[in-house]
Design a protein around this ligand. Structure first.
Ligand SMILES: Nc1nc2c(ncn2[C@@H]2O[C@H](COP(=O)(O)OP(=O)(O)O)[C@@H](O)[C@H]2O)c(=O)[nH]1
Ligand SMILES: [Mg+2]
Length: 247
């Protein structure tokens, strides 16, 4: 049996199971040995204007809670969570947050280039944030190429409906123009947050299955995450930890 886990990766894997069924124990090597950890790792990013609610979406998705604090994160922040697609395949989502750079439109190429999916986020109570969506999509496509990625348009803060400035139909029209899906969410109320991540994950997985998206050695967008041999388990972190923090 080969277990190649750094202290930090054990910690990260523990976090992955936060929202899994109770029969899988957190940080339990026994659990690691009887269940495949993940079959693929997809790296996703969230883009959109500052304050639209990107970090809140991520925190709700990974912690199941809304944090009412404006978090001026410094540096690169990333989160992870395990999700199952329709056929039961386990996907580890590695989720990168722009950590404040979006205020200055200074997101670097490296933030985009290893991503296979982008949630393009605007605030339904802020029309300008929708008007900036074409810029965000253009910027992401420019940096992601030659690789391809799945985009999903996400409207946030539907719990404050009386402040709505963007009609659902208008956002849907924009999404249709780009040929992408649209979902309206509230991180405060926990509405459709899971759905948004599920939609993008399933779409990427379908493209992997059909052969449209392929893994590449020099690209971290999609990684195979787990290998099992007849002699035991070989557990390999899909990507070495570079930055960010966990626990
Ligand atoms: N009412 C409401 N406020 C939200 C929601 N999501 C985020 N916010 C608030 O919007 C502000 C910016 O959120 P944040 O996640 O930091 O946005 P980011 O800059 O895009 O990462 C904060 O004050 C959050 O509390 C939501 O679903 N509903
Ligand atoms: Mg943020």
């Amino acid at each position: 049996m080969v277990l190649n886990l750094s202290k930090l990766s054990v910690c990260k894997l523990g976090n992955l199971f936060q929202k899994q069924p109770s029969n899988i124990k957190e940080n339990s090597f026994a659990a690691l040995m009887v269940e495949p950890i993940f079959d693929y790792q997809f790296r996703l990013i969230l883009i959109g204007d500052s304050t639209v609610g990107k970090s809140s979406l991520l925190k709700y998705f990974t912690d199941g809670k809304f944090f009412d604090i404006s978090d001026p994160t410094v540096g690169v922040d990333f989160f992870a969570r395990l999700i199952e697609v329709a056929d039961g395949t386990r996907i580890k989502l590695q989720l990168w947050d722009t950590a404040g750079q979006e205020r200055f439109r200074s997101i670097t190429r490296s933030y985009y280039r290893n991503s296979v999916g982008a949630l393009v986020v605007f605030d339904i109570t802020n029309k300008k944030s929708l008007e900036h969506i074409p810029m965000w999509i253009m910027e992401a496509k420019r940096h992601i190429q030659p690789h391809q990625a799945v985009f999903v348009l996400v409207g946030t803060k539907i719990d404050i409906e009386d402040e709505r400035e963007v009609k659902t139909e208008d956002a849907q029209t924009l999404a249709d123009f780009y040929g992408i899906k649209y979902v309206e969410t509230s991180a405060l109320r926990g509405i459709n947050v899971e759905e948004a991540f599920r939609i993008i994950t399933q779409e990427i997985y379908d493209k992997v299955q059909s052969g449209e998206f392929k893994m590449a050695d020099d690209w971290d967008g999609i990684k195979a995450g787990f290998a099992r041999s007849h002699h035991g388990y070989s557990l390999v972190e899909a990507e070495p930890t570079k930055s960010g923090f966990c626990c």
